[in-house]
Design a binder for this molecule. Structure first.
Ligand code: PPE
Length: 308
């Protein structure tokens, strides 16, 4: 990863190399943390963080589901994001707020541990490789099930859940595919290790419902709104693996991925189609601040005078 100058850590800006924790931290031992992934884009209005408030509300909800009380309000976290982006000076960057149980008492109960909060900002290019958005990617249905609602709350963007994502990603990559698709315990399409999934069939756009072991993605919500505004019909419905094989188009969405077409699922070829292209373009216009209609989703950052 590309290091930047500062990391916001528990209210202070510290040098990148000094943002350290103790090895006995609860979050390191048990994956007890909640995090976010947010993008800032270089827009005509200035560097703008996309849907920052919604991401911070999700962070607060994720923490709550881990019985964790964040020591900072949403407004304070918003200020922290602005501060770290401004000081690091990258108009276009990825932002990673992370709250975790820190160093205090070892043992699975989280009682007796402080809640540490950090915010990183750093440049991060195409999540699934340079060609992912143009040529499309290949995906494999994972043999790993997506964590179910009674395993770990999938509504939470909790650090521990990502072991599930890591296993699915590694299996797919080692098998020569770009990405994994995970099914729920009862065999319905859930999401990717870091993306939500959409299918286009006979002119209708479908995506799994929020109850289907998926992260309630902010890009998912954005794409649904944009698609409806463009006049498309969007349905939230249960889908099985063959709905993917027989789809006209399949695409994945996420903050890091943006909108990436799938050109094959398992070894069934799927074309990269016009609906995906239209939504991909509209999404980029929105996040890059070229669309009046969605200007309210951009939170413009005032850069520090000393930053580039
Ligand atoms: N599902 C999962 C499992 C997920 O991790 C993400 C985000 C999404 C759906 C899409 O959510 P949203 O970003 O709000 O549209 N994955 C993050 C990358 C995880 C990683 O560190 O790698 C992201 O896109 O930032």
């Amino acid at each position: 990863m590309q290091a930047t100058e500062k990391i916001w850590m528990n209210g202070e800006l510290v040098d990148w190399d000094d943002a350290k924790i103790h090895v006995a931290s609860h979050g390191l031992n048990y994956g007890s943390g909640a995090f976010e992934g947010i993008r800032c884009y270089d827009t005509p209005q200035g560097p703008s963080v996309f849907r920052l408030r919604e991401h911070l509300v999700r962070l607060e909800n994720s923490a709550r589901l881990l019985y964790m009380e964040l020591p900072y309000s949403i407004d304070e976290l918003r200020d922290a994001v602005h501060e770290v982006v401004a000081v690091n000076g990258n108009a276009s960057c990825y932002i990673r707020p992370l709250a975790f149980y820190g160093y205090g008492e070892l043992g699975v109960s989280s009682v007796g541990n402080p809640v540490d909060v950090v915010v990183l900002s750093f440049p991060w290019g195409a999540y699934l490789g340079e060609d992912s958005q143009t040529k499309g990617i290949t995906a494999k249905i994972s043999s790993w099930e997506r964590v179910g609602p009674n395993v770990i709350p999938h509504v939470a963007k909790a650090t521990g859940i990502y072991l599930n994502s890591m296993l699915a990603t590694m299996e797919a990559r080692r098998g020569g595919y770009d990405e994994a698709i995970m099914l729920s315990h009862d065999g319905y399409v859930a999401d990717g290790p870091g993306e939500n999934i959409f299918v286009v069939k006979d002119g209708v756009i479908s995506t799994p419902p929020l109850s289907m072991s998926i992260l309630p993605g902010i890009t998912r919500d954005t794409v649904i709104q944009i698609a409806q505004d463009l006049g498309h019909r969007v349905e939230e419905k249960l889908m099985i693996r063959t709905d993917l094989y027989l789809a006209d188009e399949v695409f994945m969405v996420g903050t890091a991925t943006e909108v990436a077409p799938l050109r094959a699922v398992d070894d069934q070829e799927i074309g990269v189609g016009p609906v995906t292209r239209e939504l991909q373009q509209a999404y980029l216009e929105t996040v890059e601040g070229r669309s009046e209609r969605y200007a309210h989703w951009l939170d413009v950052v005032e850069m520090s005078p000393s930053a580039a």
